[in-house]
Design a protein around this ligand. Structure first.
Ligand code: DC
Length: 217
């Protein structure tokens, strides 16, 4: 069975998806980590992420694996490199490139082949797995999303003002929603879950209840 969780940055998708996968005994596919890994490789080569030929070349060259719970890029653990504000901005730029998307969508479909997975991203229910048995679209108020991201970054040792974070978040939301290929939007058959004011446990319980109604008996 395939469960998709889409939604904007900072809405709690990763936590919800990871914990839902654990609870169900499914694998977890973190597609945002894949775009981030492509961005890291571009930056480490001093290649401009906006150079479409170069970022597409990277996306075709690398094999990114997240099902094991790690983020492996051609076998190398990238987990520590992918969550900085610089990488977030670069990832949202490479994600606009149709050739990057094509290469990564192929890897995502391979990963979901003949497996029970929970997958999270922006286009999982609309483009990558349109026939998924259970689709969620998570939302939350912009300020709460920025506060959550701020806490995550502080824990990881990155200090950044909330106002700046909100500005960057808005930039990324606009890019995600307005790009011509696979823009961020709920699938017609997605269940919309507003996570504003809810704890991760409350969100998880809500998702689990809905998935249970869709699982084959
Ligand atoms: O969810 P995230 O913040 O880790 O995603 C990083 C970037 O990749 C973000 O700008 C949106 C983009 N992305 C995408 O376009 N499609 C996906 N399936 C996942 C992420």
């Amino acid at each position: 069975m395939i469960v998709t969780i889409d939604g904007p940055a900072g809405v709690g998708k990763s936590t919800a998806a990871r914990r839902l996968a654990e609870r169900l005994g499914y694998d977890f596919l973190d597609t945002g980590a894949m775009y981030r890994a492509v961005a890291v490789v571009c930056l480490e080569r001093n290649w401009d992420p906006a150079e479409v030929e170069l970022s597409a070349r990277v996306a075709r060259e690398v094999r990114i694996e997240t099902l094991s719970g790690q983020v492996l890029c051609n076998g190398v653990d990238f987990a520590d490199r992918i969550r900085t504000p610089t990488v977030s901005q670069a990832a949202s730029i490479v994600a606009q490139n149709p050739d990057v998307r094509e290469a990564l969508v192929r890897q995502q479909r391979d990963a979901g082949c003949n497996r029970d997975i929970v997958t999270e991203g922006r286009d999982q229910g609309t483009i990558v797995f349109p026939h998924a048995e259970c689709k969620f679209f998570l939302t939350a108020e912009a300020q709460e999303r920025a506060l959550r991201r701020h806490r995550e970054l502080s824990v990881a040792g990155h200090e950044i003002e909330i106002a700046e974070l909100m500005r960057l978040q808005k930039e990324r939301d606009d890019r995600d929603e307005m790009r011509s290929v696979a823009p961020l939007k709920p699938a017609d058959d997605a269940v919309i879950v507003d996570t504003t004011g809810k704890t991760p446990d409350e969100v998880l319980d809500e998702l689990v209840q809905i998935v249970r109604t869709r699982q084959p008996r």
